[in-house]
Design a protein around this ligand. Structure first.
Ligand code: PMP
Length: 393
């Protein structure tokens, strides 16, 4: 039986990690994989996470199963963090295996509710969105997103394309810090998106994987909160991997905002059912770290300030890179790097130029020219800027 299996195409980013590891050149720079790295190149365990783990170790008396949907403490704490004003009588929630698990369960839920569902997804988007939908056999349509000329959002294209989504279709939106482009909608543009969805009855699925990495914890959730306040039905898939730095703990959550309490109860039941079919109980350790931090004033303040340091480090690197490139190119054509938000920016380079950066300068980025800003530090920014100019980008 097993010999009938076909080889699966390797994940392009994981392949890049392997290539980087075997490169023996001094001073090589990894801008590929999507994890935060501090200026020393370390992905640290945050102080509040360590403290919460210690507290859990000291006080936890059982490892018995939790609820199918996860612990209410975690789900309530996350609802507060993401939505602030929580419409409790309309909100269903589900602890999931990372943000990826939340997206998978959201798509499963959409298909359970509407077997004819089509998903509208930005072009480009995080490649896992596409690969999960292909694997599920879920029909999807790409909407225009990135303007290759300005490296900003092609908002007219976006509006025209998402307006084609019909009642009961899903429009997948990145709540902040778009991956892979780094280009984001303004609040006024988000309002226009909400108006289009209000008219069509298509349902937004907001992927919120970088709350706190863009303009701040509150600012990054503002679009999600506005959509949740305006629309009758909203799905939100949030990840704690980046903002709590607990990537390997696999901590995420799916929220389903329903039209009324009866629909909320139906959604809650189906969501728990979906966990049961996949893995029964969701992982607890990361969720418990998160609820411990969010429910303790001192831990929460310490976590928020460390997250703010992370965010400001990335912003500093962005403006340093934009300014080096302004000097070297004698133009403002790289200013978009300072305007983009989150961990990533799409440079807009050709695959040949990306290859040249790798072969000539040992600088690794994803083939579509997505670079991880957090892979840089103050010393490597000038090296990258020089290499970008030398590669003719
Ligand atoms: N959505 C996007 C856009 C992402 O970039 C990521 C992480 N790379 C996720 C969701 C989910 O992350 P995780 O499963 O690690 O929580």
């Amino acid at each position: 039986m097993l010999s009938n299996l076909k080889p699966q195409a390797p994940d392009s980013i994981l392949k890049l990690i392997e290539e980087f590891k075997t490169d023996t050149r001094q001073g090589k720079i990894d801008l590929g994989v999507g994890v935060y790295k501090d200026p020393q190149g370390v992905t640290p365990v945050m102080r509040a996470v360590k403290a919460a783990e210690q507290r859990i170790w000291e006080t936890q008396t059982t490892k018995a199963y939790t609820g199918l949907a996860g612990e209410p403490e975690y789900r309530n704490a996350m609802a507060g963090m993401v939505l602030k004003d929580v419409p409790g009588d309309r909100l269903a929630s589900l602890a999931t295996v990372g943000g990826t698990g939340a997206i998978r369960q959201a798509l499963e839920l959409a298909r359970l509710a509407n077997p004819e569902v089509t998903v509208y997804v930005s072009n480009p988007t995080w490649p896992n969105h596409l690969s999960i939908m292909k694997f599920m056999g879920l029909p999807f349509v790409e909407y225009r997103y990135f303007d290759a000329e300005t490296r900003g959002v092609d908002f007219d294209g976006l509006k025209a394309d998402i307006a084609k989504a019909g009642k009961g279709d899903i429009v997948l939106l990145h709540g902040c810090c778009h991956n892979p482009t780094g280009a984001n909608l303004s609040m006024a543009q988000w309002e226009e998106v909400a108006a289009i969805l209000e008219t069509s009855g298509a349902i937004p699925l907001i992927d919120l994987a970088y709350q706190g990495f863009g303009d701040g914890l509150e600012e990054d959730a503002a679009a999600t909160r506005m959509i949740a306040a305006r629309l009758p039905e909203v799905l939100i898939a949030a990840s704690c991997s980046k903002n709590f730095g607990i990537y390997r703990e696999r901590t995420g959550i799916l929220f389903a905002l329903a039209e009324d309490t009866a629909a909320r109860d139906l959604a809650q039941g189906s969501m728990a059912f979906l966990n049961r079919q996949n893995y029964s109980f969701p992982p607890d350790h990361g969720a418990r770290i998160v609820s411990t931090i969010l429910s303790d004033d001192a831990l929460r303040a310490d976590w928020a300030s460390e997250l703010e340091e992370v965010r400001n480090t990335m912003l500093g690197l962005r403006s340093q890179l934009a300014s080096e490139l302004r000097d070297l190119s004698g133009s403002d054509r790289f200013d978009f790097i300072g305007q983009h938000r989150g961990m990533f920016s799409r440079l807009g380079a050709t695959p040949e130029q990306v290859q040249k950066l790798k072969s000539d300068a040992a600088i690794y980025m994803v083939g579509d020219s997505r670079l991880n800003i957090a892979g840089l530090n103050r010393d490597t920014v000038p090296v990258l800027a020089r290499a970008i100019i030398d590669a003719g980008i």
